[in-house]
Design a protein around this ligand. Structure first.
Ligand code: MRU
Length: 364
């Protein structure tokens, strides 16, 4: 997608053809910084501190991180160590394990001296295929928005509620939940996106508003707890969110705050769709209750960061020091609350049979 008119992906190989560039998302929307990653430990740090985040981008960064590691130590032991470190960076997004498995598969059996080159090649293929996959998700989801557009009088926009950031910043390009929105906007369909702030890290406020606005898509920022009101008043036509892991039975693990939106959507008869690439399905897990939920530092809840009137980045305490706080980063939306899963292979029911029909080779 474009930033100030320039096309960008969220991760790419630098001109030196081996170090990795990322967009530091902890600095958005205030400043644009594209650090170089030269060591596996820097890739792991970028994932853990959320300089890169979003399930597909976490997977791509892990893949490149393993390639960086194999430059340092291509032995079996080095591969194993690097895998463990990267795998521990963030527990919920299954794409992390998927990215690592893809690289491990590509280098296993090769002589140590050939491993780094093979890993870079495979990581590049993965990044390209994620872009193609997200474009397909956009094409598969577009008819949902077009159908709603046909029901609207005049040129009134289709009203979409999303959550967190499941746009191009969360992927390599295009996004998952936002891919159909970009496709609709580019084809001239009038759309408007309600963007919940997504406390505690404010990915909605800081990232989703920024990336949609860069592309010219109309947005309105709302407080997280305003979504139920908007759904109740008929001001949302469709909910469209991403996911970090969807179980083989269709339970959806996504950013904390997704589940209450799904409940409110069902209570008000508003369709609730989840967009995802096949790499986000965890075929080994049936129920969302089995998925590890990342518990992040409680400081993200007790503090808030932003820009002072003088334009300096700053952090403020919201409560007195020592206030007990918990910070579960994801929640589980049961399959029964999900109207459908929008994938690169089409839209299916959020169920074991729905997913098995689209991915027969995985369902076994
Ligand atoms: O904690 P984050 O910012 O990595 O969480 C991101 C989300 O929850 C997204 O909705 C999810 O990764 C899907 S991204 C296409």
């Amino acid at each position: 997608m474009r930033v100030n008119g320039e096309p960008y992906r969220t991760i790419w190989v630098d001109e030196d053809s081996w170090s990795i560039r990322i967009i530091d998302q902890t600095r958005l929307p205030w400043s644009w910084h594209v650090p170089r990653l030269t060591r596996m430990a820097e890739a792991a740090e970028a994932i853990a501190t959320m300089r890169v985040r979003g399930a597909p981008l976490i997977g791509a960064t892990a893949a490149y991180g393993l390639a960086l590691a194999l430059r340092e130590d291509p032995s079996d032991w080095g591969l194993e160590e690097a895998r463990d470190q990267l795998l521990g960076a963030r527990p919920t997004a299954v794409n992390l394990r998927w990215g690592l498995d893809q690289i491990t598969g590509a280098v296993t059996g090769l002589a140590p001296g050939d491993r780094a080159a093979a890993a870079y090649e495979r990581a590049g293929e993965l990044a390209d295929s994620e872009v193609a996959t997200c474009r397909r998700i956009g094409e598969e989801g577009l008819p949902l928005l077009e159908a709603l557009g046909r029901e609207r009088p005049g040129n009134e926009p289709v009203q979409i509620l999303t959550h967190c950031n499941a746009g191009w910043l969360a992927c390599v390009d295009w996004g998952t939940a936002l891919a159909p929105v970009y496709q609709a906007h580019d084809r001239g369909l009038s759309v408007h996106v309600w963007v919940p702030e997504t406390r505690p890290r404010n990915q909605g406020a800081a990232l989703t508003v920024w990336e949609l606005s860069q592309h010219g898509v109309p947005v309105t920022l709302i407080a997280d707890n305003a979504a139920g009101h908007l759904l109740g008043r008929g001001r949302v036509d469709l909910c469209l969110v991403g996911t970090d892991r969807t179980t083989r039975e269709g339970d959806v693990v996504n950013k904390i705050g997704t589940y209450p939106k799904a409940l409110a959507a069902q209570a008000n008869g508003v369709p609730f769709y989840v967009a995802l690439p096949g790499s986000t399905v965890d075929w080994e897990v049936a129920s969302g209750a089995e998925v590890p939920i990342e518990e992040r530092d409680s400081r993200e809840v007790t503090h808030i960061s932003g820009l002072t009137e003088r334009g300096e980045a700053s952090e403020l305490a919201l409560v007195p020091a020592g206030t007990p706080a918990a910070n579960p980063a994801f929640d589980v939306t049961p399959a029964g609350l999900v109207t459908g899963l929008v994938t690169e292979r089409g839209i299916c029911e959020a169920s074991g049979s729905g997913l098995a029909e689209l991915y027969p080779e995985q369902a076994g």
